[in-house]
Design a binder for this molecule. Structure first.
Ligand SMILES: [Zn+2]
Length: 125
């Protein structure tokens, strides 16, 4: 099972100390929340038919060219002219845009939280 790879359906979360971007392929480390990430739709198994796309900046794999490009633009573009305020603003805009895309392409399965599956309601995962 160790070679089963997962891809992030949504970005903007940290896993095992790494920032994970949308489409990013990574291996689970056996963390406590692994099962929850998959159940709620943050991640999904990489399919054999997925054509993976490699980032030229860090060799990380993504499940599409578009996701790789979005990652590259966000992570590897040098912006020496940017002030800290501009950087914060840009990162907020990026996060908002990512959230919007994720909500359209991979809405969270909040109907599958433990509380709901056990019939107790609520949205605490
Ligand atoms: Zn990269």
């Amino acid at each position: 099972m160790a070679d089963v790879k997962f891809a992030a359906k949504r970005g903007g979360f940290q896993y095992a100390g790494r920032d994970i971007d949308r489409g990013q392929v990574f291996e689970l480390v056996g963390a406590r929340n692994d099962e929850k990430l998959e159940r709620l739709g943050f991640i999904a198994k990489v399919k054999k038919t997925d054509r993976l796309s490699e980032c030229g900046g860090c060799q990380t794999l993504f499940t599409s060219d578009g996701e790789r490009d979005s990652h590259f633009k966000h992570r590897h573009t040098a912006r020496p002219w940017e002030s800290p305020e501009e950087r914060t603003l840009r990162e907020e805009k990026h996060a908002e845009r990512e959230e919007k895309i994720a909500n359209e392409t991979a809405p969270l399965r909040l109907d599958r939280t433990k509380a709901i599956l056990s019939g107790k309601g609520g949205i605490t995962a």
